[in-house]
Each structure stands twice: as structure tokens, then as C-alpha cells.
Design a protein around this ligand. Sequence first.
Ligand SMILES: Cc1ncc(COP(=O)(O)O)c(C=O)c1O
Length: 434
Amino acid sequence: MKIPWQNNNKLQERAFKVMPLGVNSNFRFWGDGITPYMKEAKGAYLWDVDGNKYIDYRMAFGPIILGHAYDEVNAKVKEEIDRGTMAAMTYELEIEVAEKIVRMCPSVEMVRFACSGTEATLHAIRVARAYTGREKIIKFEGCYHGMHDYTLWSTYAPTESYGHVRNPISVPASSGIPQQLNELIITLPFNEPDILKRTLASFGDQVATIITEPCMGNCGGITPQNGFLNVIREQCDKYGIVLILDEVKTGFRIANGGAQEYYGIKPDLATYAKALANGYPLAAFGGKKDIMSTIGHGVAQGGTFTNNKPGVAAAWATLTVLEREPVIKTIEKRGQRLMDGLCKILTEESIPHCMNGYPSMFSFAIGVEKITDQRSWNLSEKKYFLDLVEAMVDRGVMTDHDPREPWFLCYSHSEADIDTTLNVFRDTIKSVKR
Ligand SMILES: Cc1ncc(COP(=O)(O)O)c(C=O)c1O
């Protein structure tokens, strides 16, 4: 990074002394001297602690759907928190948010709140296990469902460690995950219907849930191909398995009703977090009434902060704006222009690549022409991608350092921001050697 980051690096030094890696999530650590520390953010922009301004395409890993510090959302939060933040009681606004989610998300008949995507998937998995009386989980290599031990397997490992595609090895993504949990997880490549069918022919009657992101939002935005989600749905029906669609990234982002609306697929349960509250802490999981109704009748779910007022008020305001205004359509139009423009520049410079994802969350992989799963994504060029990111940050456009993480757009990105970004990208491509 060429940018002079005096305050930034001083802050990193201080942070290193009191927080591992100087951050509160490993994902936010880019490296020594290159990890950005933030001062403030508004709309589509953020400022680092040295006062440099960036067009932001990280959007906090996806939650910011309307814009940073969106006035209408903040106003609602301020109004509500002055009337008390919590009381171990249910309040009307909470019910209204639940009603909005049920109205917007086609498969959701009942919902419960949580504070993070991790909690939402944890609870959904418990409910699926309780409902089926089975314990095994199927998840796909490269999908991420949060930090709990049940699914933090095969999220991001070298292809060699996954074994043969016909008989994948499940790889824990952290020390400290009990090996015994390996008994309960089956990891498979995404977009491989035959491998899924063969696995279920052997284990189908032991599987409680297939949990999947609708697209690989934590692996370059790889989309489901040749009706893969429909195959999962059919196979779940065949074996009595609960399908959990993890919409933590896609929910309220690729459509008001998330991927289930976009693809017309009805999961049994779905999980939400990020865009639900435009950057405030609220998550949710919900689905079919008979499955959700197990909660409270032998199935435990709860949490002191699950109805936290800032999160609930922010969700209320965010969903109100989403229902009232053409938020997703506007983002789609601008995002598509950005995707097309980036693709054109890469093509003009004869850089082999493929674009993945949706206009509101997309990515590109360099050096490969098609990717369908994490194994094929692993073949893309990472070093050049990182060089491009650093050069763009130097020029005032912030995308994520991790090539798995998509570019996210929000309602506040303007046509002019897209023009600026394309100019910066063209300049970057011309100046960074591959
Ligand atoms: C698809 C998906 N599920 C679950 C999670 C976990 O959410 P959280 O970070 O809020 O715990 C994430 C986070 O990135 C995610 O992308």
C-alpha cells in the first residue's frame, strides 16, 4: 500500500497490544501495515483514520443495503432507544418486524430473532435436528455458516486437503473444533448433483439437514448452476431432510424476499442477518409453521439480546424502505453496469476471468474461465487480485482484501460512483503488472 497511513499504523500498533491481530474478527485483518482502521462512514463512502475517503464496496461484509448511517434508519433507532432498550418483554415493534419478514419472504410462516448469522444458523440446525430426530448435517465446501463448531468445516482449505471429489474429507477450519463433530458432518462440493444423490443414497435416512448458501457468497459469489438448488429441494423431499437456506448474505439483498424469491425455491427454514437491519445487530431464522412450532415444545431457543431495540428498530426502518422504494432494482441497475464495465476492462486487457454473483453482490475470478465450486475457484489467481485491491485502495476505492468476499453495493451508490470506480479500475489494471 502506498497511501500514507500514519494514524492508521499507530492505531494498529495500539490495537495489537490489546486485541489478537489488533481486530475483533480475524476476517478484518489484512496484514501488518495494510489493515484499514475506520473513522466514519456515510452513504456509499467511508473515511479512514488518516482522513482518506473511499467509495466503499465492502459494505461491512454485506449488511449495509441502504447506505452507511442511513438517516431514516438512524432516526427510528434514536426514537426507539429513548423509550428503553430492553425489558425482558416482547414489544409491538418486534411483532411488526416479524410480520414484515413473513410478508416479504415466501417460505417463512413463523420467525424467531437472534443477534448474528452464527446464532441464526445454530438455532436453525438445532430445530432441524429436533424435527427429524436425526443428527447429521450436509454442507458444501466453501460455504460459510458462521463461527459455531457444527458447520465451520471445509470453508476454505486447499483442494488437496479435501480428498477426492467422490469421497470428500471434511476439514475443520480452526483448531479447537472437536474431532467428534466430524461424525456429524458430511461436506460435499457445490453444484455437483450426482455426488449429492450418491451420498444421500448411502446416508439419506441419517441426515437432519442440508444447509446451503443459495450462492457461494463466501467463495467469490459462485451461483447455483443447472438447477442445483432444485435438486437439493427434491432430494430433501425424497429423504425427509430439512432444507436450510442460509440467506445471511442474500436475504433482503438479491431480492426483497432473498434467494427464495429470486429462484422460486421454498426451503423449510431460512436464516437472515446482514441486510435485515442495515448494519445493526439483528438476525432471524424462520420457515414452515410445523417445524418452527417445535420451539417452546421441547426445543430450546432464546437469548437476552435477541430482541435488542436498536436492531429491531433498524430492521423495522430498513424493511419499510425496502418495501416502499425500488431499492433492489436501483442497486441491480447500477451493479449490472459496474459488473459489465469491469468485465469489459478485463477483456480489453486480455486478462482471462469470469464474473460471478449478482449485481448487488458479485465477484470476479482471474485466470479461470468458469468456476462452479471451491475446488475450481482455488485455481484462480490470488496474488494479482490482492495487488489490484491494494492499488484500488490507494486510489480511493475499497473492496475486500479477501478474494472470496464479493463486492457489495448499496442504494446510496450513485451512477457517478460507478463511473469513478470504472475509471479507477481501468487505471489500476493498466498500472499493476500481472
Ligand atoms: C452465509 C453466512 N451465514 C452466516 C454468517 C455468519 O454471520 P455472523 O457473522 O453475523 O455471525 C455469515 C457471515 O458472513 C454468512 O455469510
